[in-house]
Design a protein around this ligand. Sequence first.
Ligand SMILES: C[S@@+](CC[C@H](N)C(=O)[O-])C[C@H]1O[C@@H](n2cnc3c(N)ncnc32)[C@H](O)[C@@H]1O
Ligand SMILES: [Zn+2]
Length: 133
Amino acid sequence: MSTKKQTYPDGVRVGRSSAGLGLFATRAFKKGERIIEYFGRTISKEEEYTSRSKYLFEVNSRKTIDGTTRENIARYINHSCKPNCEPEIERGRVFIDAIKSIKKGEEFTYDYGEEYVDEHIKPYGCRCVKCKK
Ligand SMILES: C[S@@+](CC[C@H](N)C(=O)[O-])C[C@H]1O[C@@H](n2cnc3c(N)ncnc32)[C@H](O)[C@@H]1O
Ligand SMILES: [Zn+2]
């Protein structure tokens, strides 16, 4: 499957965060509100095992997407151990939804999951708000 364009979604902006670039709210979001879709190229299992991309998202046991494309604005969302969002999988697509009410200016975060965190975050130290305290 090819990548597809996403018009810049309402209510978000890319900015500097404690972990490089991050995605921030330009308006308040309600708990349960959909923020953005995380999309990219569907890759083969073989590519998944050999890829060094930081933007892989395992949708399910059969499908992994590589969200490296710049058009995938959701790729800027950082990991947090105390997140305000959660990925929601619907018919093979990944959406990032608010799990708390989010104030204007707040950074969107979700928990990347144990496997990713152990491989890409822990070795360098987690820079989320909870861990930096
Ligand atoms: C999907 S990207 C997120 C956007 C990234 N910050 C950027 O500037 O493009 C994931 C990468 O961001 C960094 N990152 C995300 N969350 C982090 C965290 N809580 N602590 C440290 N690094 C983090 C790691 O390098 C990770 O591999
Ligand atoms: Zn953390």
